[in-house]
Write a protein of this length. Structure first.
Length: 183
């Protein structure tokens, strides 16, 4: 059983799998094609990724891939907590340039579905943070892009001053220079 909640941009879903616990601990089914399809999530995920972040405040993003290798992501935290952000970059979207966010924790087991046509970013809220995410498109470095994390047109409310950013993320351009994405 899944608890599925659309966020303020309804294509972005906060999904919490039910945990079954007893004296030993708990068990959760974090992906089931059948259960997710019944909840309206029909992505054909082709790759699993895992990331480790040593320090709270680490910021990664805002990243995307263009068609024909656009990627939806299903993100969850294995250890610690993050603020997970999805930015609507879809051509013609009434919510273009708007963002939504959710706190994901290992303790609660939430997942965020970031659809194709959205940029994705996260900031770690704890030290020694690990996350895993599925993608439904093959990695194509020639089609990747991004928007600078602190773009004033986005005005993402990051909870912490960034402690770590990649050189690549520091060099990303503003939303105003972006050609909108085809989902």
């Amino acid at each position: 059983m899944l608890d599925v909640k659309p966020l303020a941009i309804p294509e972005v879903l906060l999904i919490t799998p039910r945990r079954h616990g007893d004296a030993r601990g708990w068990f959760a089914e974090t992906w089931s094609r059948k259960a997710y399809a019944a909840a309206g999530v029909t992505n054909d995920f082709v790759q699993d990724n895992q990331a480790y972040n040593a320090r709270a405040g680490t910021l990664r993003g805002v990243h995307f891939q263009r068609a024909p290798h656009a990627q939806a992501k299903l993100v969850r935290v294995l250890k610690g907590a993050i603020l997970d952000v999805a930015v609507d970059l879809r051509a013609g979207s009434p919510s273009f340039g708007r963002w939504v966010a959710a706190e994901l924790t290992a303790e609660r087991g939430e997942q965020l579905l970031v659809p194709r046509g959205f940029g994705h970013a996260y900031q770690t809220l704890t030290d020694d943070c690990e996350l895993a995410y599925k993608v439904d498109g093959d990695y194509a470095p020639e089609l990747e892009g991004g928007v600078i994390w602190n773009d004033p047109d986005l005005a993402v409310a990051w909870p912490l001053e960034p402690t770590s950013l990649s050189d690549k993320d520091k060099a990303l351009g503003p939303l105003a220079n972006l050609q909108p994405l085809e989902p």
